[in-house]
Design a protein around this ligand. Structure first.
Ligand SMILES: Nc1ncnc2c1ncn2[C@@H]1O[C@H](COP(=O)(O)OP(=O)(O)O)[C@@H](O)[C@H]1O
Ligand SMILES: O=C(O)[C@H]1O[C@H](OP(=O)(O)O)[C@H](O)[C@@H](O)[C@@H]1O
Ligand SMILES: [Mg+2]
Length: 352
């Protein structure tokens, strides 16, 4: 059997995030600027290959080791690959999907800036899931709608608090409107995912800085408060979800002034719920650099990268680029990836 390789791109939570963690709604798209790739090759034993830099275990000195742990934490992608193997295997077992015999060697690479709210974690997991699906030839047996759950479950397995929006954008590709209403989630186990035309999006920009933050940690306090029935968190999350509803209407009507307002509101609501310490000073500054020149901005995910819209056009983009350069942030045009679904994937959507 030949080598199997899959790429999975970063994603931008354009509107409504993080309400996906709370039965909300989001509008997200697949970001072509960055991707993770996973390679699977048949082999005698089952081998998970540590990445030479992301899973570093050899250091120049103890200071190097400590610095590395302080800036990047303890974990790389190995645990993600292990977790998706487990979740995939158990899902197939529970659903009477027989897996053929045979082992493989699985390795990964990624150029998604680490832990910057661009969903580098689930890009690795999504690409790995696609490899497993093709290795075991079960693509027709695992519906597209349930695949994001498998990706999320792999991360939940590791104690990472997260929602489905990243995994949906990375599974579907393109621009997707997602409705995670409790009733539908309880009944079907997944949300309602509506692909939209990527041509509806205006030119957008990405700002990011190398300042890794752990999305699981960022989320955990708000999640605890939500679980404890905190009225403020519950009602604010509903407002955030409603931003995606309004955003879908605005995009369909090409009302870009409204889009700008909604992006700003989205960030302001996040800031009310998560304290500034959790959001991070650098992350807040990235949002504010854009706002100071009159652009609309918000986090793409839980922090580290910001999506920007310049409603006034090219002159404002120039101001944005200059302001980012001065502040030491990377700023680049966003490339949106179209849908990734092939004929077999689409058939699983059609067969109810
Ligand atoms: N670029 C990367 N390379 C290797 N592992 C990564 C990378 N980014 C994330 N991870 C793994 O995923 C976990 C969760 O990352 P997360 O905070 O969700 O980042 P992101 O915002 O990129 O999704 C990390 O603790 C780490 O184990
Ligand atoms: O807070 C958010 O907007 C998102 O945070 C996580 O994404 P990440 O890229 O890891 O920051 C989480 O997985 C998403 O579900 C949230 O919407
Ligand atoms: Mg993540």
């Amino acid at each position: 059997m030949a080598v199997i390789e899959h790429k999975s791109y970063a994603r931008v939570g354009l509107l409504g995030n993080p309400s996906d963690v709370y039965y909300g709604k989001t509008l997200s798209f697949s970001l072509g600027n960055f991707w993770a790739s996973v390679r699977l090759e048949p082999s005698k034993d089952l081998l998970i290959v540590p990445h030479p830099t992301h899973d570093l275990v050899r250091f120049n000195s103890i200071t190097h080791l400590v610095n590395r742990l302080q800036s990047e934490g303890y974990y790389g992608g190995v645990r993600l690959l292990m977790a998706i193997c487990k979740i995939f295997h158990n899902f197939c077992k529970d659903n009477n999907i027989t897996l053929c015999e045979g082992n493989f060697t699985i390795s990964y690479d990624t150029n998604i800036p680490r832990q910057t709210g661009l969903s580098g974690s689930s890009a690795i997991v999504t690409a790995a899931l696609n490899c497993l699906i093709d290795f075991y030839e079960v693509r027709h047996l695992i519906k597209v709608e349930v695949r994001p759950n498998l990706v999320l479950n792999a991360e939940k397995e590791l104690g990472i608090v997260a929602g489905l929006q990243d995994r949906v954008a990375q599974t579907y590709g393109g621009l997707v409107y997602m409705d995670f209403s409790k009733k539908h989630m309880d009944e079907f186990g997944h949300g309602i995912y509506t692909p939209m035309d990527i041509a509806l999006l205006p030119p957008l920009y990405l700002i990011y800085a190398e300042n890794p933050s752990d999305s699981g940690k960022v989320h955990s306090t708000v999640r605890q408060r939500w679980l404890a029935g905190d009225e403020f968190i519950i009602s604010t999350m509903e407002e955030v979800a409603n931003i995606a509803v309004e955003g879908q209407k605005a995009l369909l009507a090409k009302d870009y002034a409204k889009l700008a307002t909604l992006m700003n509101q989205n960030f302001d609501l996040r800031r009310h719920m998560f304290d500034d310490d959790a959001l991070g000073a650098v992350n807040i500054e990235m949002v504010e650099v854009a706002r100071r020149i009159g652009a609309a901005s918000k986090f793409t995910g839980s922090g580290g990268a910001v999506v920007v819209f310049c409603p006034d056009g090219p002159s404002q983009v120039k101001q944005l680029v200059d302001a980012c350069q001065e502040a030491g942030f990377v700023c680049e045009p966003i490339k949106v990836m179209p849908s990734f679904l092939n004929d077999i994937d689409l058939q699983t959507l059609a067969s109810k």
